[in-house]
Design a protein around this ligand. Structure first.
Ligand code: FES
Length: 68
């Protein structure tokens, strides 16, 4: 779904940016331009970034447990 209509950025692109190493909205904005024009998408974009970062941390946490 489109999150940022001004720049044509989708939620998938934001999640991919997080998977690629971005950890906050500022870094995603720099990469994709999201929330850099009117700013109306900033809250939703930030929620998606936070959610994706959290999901990645959970995935990483699963890797930290030793195999039995
Ligand atoms: S909708 Fe994202 S900057 Fe306008």
């Amino acid at each position: 779904m489109y999150v940022c209509l001004c720049k044509g950025v989708t939620d998938s692109q934001i999640r991919n940016a997080v998977d690629g190493g971005a950890t906050n909205l500022r870094q995603v904005r720099k990469q994709l331009g999201v929330a850099s024009q009117c700013g109306k998408c900033a809250c939703l974009a930030k929620e998606i970034v936070s959610s994706a970062v959290e999901e990645n941390q959970i995935d990483m946490g699963a890797l930290c447990y030793p195999l039995a």
